[in-house]
Design a protein around this ligand. Structure first.
Ligand code: CAA
Length: 301
């Protein structure tokens, strides 16, 4: 077993390391992207530019942020003034050029390695030499994304959890080339966002999905093999193990296409049959049953 230093052991020494990060670009205005933008503008008091090629996605992202902040206002977690201040720090842009003065860019686009690599190449040409490039990928290799840039030591994973404004964790993934300085900046920024950063080495699924996805996949096998109903499998895990959501509800929440993509990354990355995706998961994705976002997954919405 390789000995790995506990993330908390070094964190205190990073205090102030992210002071140079003032403007952050977020690419992708979807569920994760707009949540990340909201948290950056809220806790980090940073200027945030959200970029997406789709006007519709930008509009939906802006609405999502507005609604989430309004929930916090209604619960008196923040004031209406604070909400207005957060919104005033977020700009929405169509063109990638808008990110050229960013100190940090967080990519949160589709989980497709080739599309991400192409974007990282373009960003590397566009942003200033000191800028850090982070990916919110849930399973794609940071080492391989870094390798397409001329600044591999400034590439890192910042894996936020859904729903971003509520979940405390950011998994920080160090690629093989990521420098100590880049890690220190991102670890300090994570603390500024009032999140807990945990470092993971860059192997398929990192820590989070190495553990979570096989659990979800096994729950799908239990359904496939007729061991119990979807409802009963989820009830066992909720009431028996105190999980806030059952694994099948969580799979619907994450998106079944995303779950399948992550299982494929684990299966191919480790060449190990224990990570084979359940045939039922594949069939649901083929049928377009993608979970909450399509109105049907293991449950109907
Ligand atoms: N902003 C602000 N408030 C929000 C919100 C948001 N984005 N989303 C939900 N809320 C609020 C709700 O309005 C609700 O408020 P009320 O109590 O006033 O009604 C409150 O949060 C609780 O929500 P719900 O009642 O709907 O449901 P809940 O009590 O079950 O909590 C949850 C929701 C926090 C999502 C909880 O179910 C949970 O922790 N689920 C597990 C989530 C999880 O595992 N996430 C990780 C997924 S994996 C991932 O993201 C990464 C990957 O790589 C796949």
């Amino acid at each position: 077993m390789v000995e790995v230093l506990d993330s908390s052991a070094k964190l205190a020494s990073f205090n102030g390391k992210s002071a140079g990060v003032k403007t952050v670009g977020v690419i992708g205005a979807g569920q994760m992207g707009h949540g990340i933008a909201q948290v950056l503008a809220h806790r980090g008091e940073l200027e945030v530019i959200v970029q997406d090629v789709s006007e519709k996605a930008l509009e939906r992202g802006a609405t999502g942020i507005e609604q989430s902040l309004q929930k916090f206002v209604s619960k008196e977690v923040i004031t209406a003034d604070k909400k207005a201040g957060i919104l005033s720090r977020i700009r929405f842009e169509n063109s990638l050029d808008a990110l050229k003065n960013a100190d940090l860019v967080v990519e949160a686009i589709i989980e497709n390695e080739e599309i991400k690599k192409d974007l990282f190449k373009r960003l590397d040409e566009l942003v200033k030499p000191s800028a850090i490039l982070a990916s919110n990928t849930s399973s794609i290799s940071i080492t391989r994304l870094a390798a397409v840039t001329k600044r591999p030591e400034q590439v890192i994973g910042m894996h936020f959890m859904n729903p971003v404004p509520l979940m405390k964790l950011v998994e920080i993934i160090r690629g093989a080339q990521t420098s100590d300085e880049t890690y220190a900046v991102v670890a300090d920024l994570t603390a500024r966002l009032d999140k807990t950063g945990v470092m993971s080495r860059d192997f398929p699924g990192f820590i989070s999905n190495r553990v979570l996805m096989p659990l979800i996949n096994e729950a799908i096998f239990a359904l496939f093999e007729g061991i119990g109903s979807a409802q009963d499998i989820d009830t066992v895990m909720k009431l028996g193990m105190n999980h806030p959501m059952g694994p099948l509800t969580l799979a619907d929440f994450i998106g079944l296409d995303t779950c399948l993509a992550i299982m494929n990354v684990l299966h191919e990355g480790f060449n190990d049959p224990r990570f084979r995706p359940c045939p039922l998961l594949k069939q649901y994705v083929d049928a377009g049953y993608l979970g909450r976002k399509s109105g049907r997954g293991f449950f109907v919405y």
